[in-house]
Write a protein that binds this ligand. Structure first.
Ligand SMILES: Nc1ncnc2c1ncn2[C@@H]1O[C@H](COP(=O)(O)OP(=O)(O)OP(=O)(O)O)[C@@H](O)[C@H]1O
Length: 351
């Protein structure tokens, strides 16, 4: 059952269409990530859900209650929605306890217990309650911001790039712990990010925004392996996109005749292969003549545990570049000839 329903939401700033006919359902207790390039409308959509902006048209419904119907909107503070902004936006002059307890009744005898409980939830040492925000690390500040947003037990939590200011290692740890806290508290969450890896690992549902429109919505797995178009394919990870001729369930392309995901289509299409679908092995001249796909290692990008290798393949007089991921333990040298074998099936792009 969906907790949040967004229907036909559009928003313009002067001549600029920030959002154009957005339809999105967010299931209760799920985590949805909204991803898209800079300027695609992510923040505008989040601000409309939070009640900081009104849509020009369309509606927003939370748990059956209409929060926005065109420009008629319920005020932000009456929505039961938590919001964690990019920089945490803690009050610098208040200590951690007062930041977390900001929205809690002052006279309530259980206030301190609730603050301590929230500290435990976000895995912060209670000894930090008397510190000011500038005495905390970036990751700790984001946990305080989350605790403050959790204090009023929101039905829905909005996270606006809350991990972007953290360095890579910390970012992953904070992201995992935030996901765990939200899951344990049974809170539905929407995360806005421009980081595809973050979206794919955090969410149950990913919505890709492009130029104010939803390009595709689905599970991380479906979006990664079955993107509708080239832009979505490349936005969500490395990929090779090739022209192909489809027939009898095979795609004939620069990689040879490889299995396609459907036998129902024929004709010219574009196919996508993820780098982990291609296995490299040393070239042997006999195999090369026997028609196995071969190419020349053009470039290697060392990436620690996973390296990106670009292999140039000649096909029908054209030179195609195939992206392959490999372990750093057995990297071929640039300029060597290698054999390429495809694992799995080629995905056919709709556009
Ligand atoms: N207050 C505003 N006044 C005028 N134009 C705006 C305003 N807010 C956003 N826009 C425009 O609307 C479009 C969508 O902006 P938005 O901030 O929602 O994008 P975004 O995907 O969150 O981008 P980023 O990742 O860079 O934060 C952009 O073209 C932006 O310039």
């Amino acid at each position: 059952m969906s907790l949040l329903d967004i229907s036909g939401v559009s928003k313009r700033y002067g001549q600029q269409a920030a959002l154009d006919g957005i339809d999105l359902s967010v299931p209760a207790r799920s985590r949805t990530a909204i991803v898209g390039p800079s300027g695609s409308g992510k923040t505008t959509l989040l601000r409309i859900i939070a009640g900081f902006e009104s849509p020009d048209s369309g509606s927003v419904t939370l748990d059956g209650q209409v929060l926005a119907d065109g420009p008629l909107i319920a005020p932000a503070h009456r929505r039961g929605i938590g919001y964690v902004p990019q920089d945490g936006a803690l009050f610098p002059h208040l200590d951690v306890a007062e930041n977390i307890g900001f929205g809690l009744e002052r006279g309530d005898a259980a206030r301190n217990d609730r603050i301590a409980e929230l500290m435990d939830m976000v895995e912060l040492d209670r000894a930090m309650l008397t510190r000011r925000p500038h005495e905390l690390s970036g990751g700790q500040q984001q946990r305080v911001a989350l605790a403050r947003a959790l204090a009023r037990k929101p039905a829905l939590m909005l996270l606006d790039e809350p991990f972007s200011a953290l360095d890579a290692g910390l970012r992953e740890a904070v992201r995992k712990s935030v996901a765990r806290v939200l899951q344990q508290a049974g809170i539905t969450a929407i995360l806005v990010t421009h980081d595809q890896a973050e979206a794919l690992s955090f969410a149950d549902q990913v919505a890709v925004l492009r130029q104010g429109r939803l390009a595709q919505v689905g599970t991380p797995h479906a979006l990664y392996w079955q993107p509708k178009d080239r832009d979505t394919a490349l936005f969500l990870g490395d990929a090779t996109v090739l022209h192909a001729e489809l027939s009898e369930g095979f795609a004939t392309c620069a990689l040879g005749r490889i299995p396609a995901e459907t036998a129902a289509r024929t004709g010219r299409v574009s196919v996508m292969l993820r780098p982990e679908q291609i296995r490299l092995s040393p070239a042997t001249p006999g195999q090369e003549q026997a028609g196995a796909c071969h190419g020349e290692v053009e470039d290697i990008e060392f990436g620690g545990s996973l390296c990106a290798i670009t292999v140039a393949v000649e096909a029908n007089g054209a030179r195609e570049r195939i992206l392959v991921h490999a372990s750093s333990l057995d990297l071929p040298a640039p300029g060597t000839r290698v054999r390429l074998d495809v694992i799995g099936k080629a995905h056919i792009l709709v556009r």
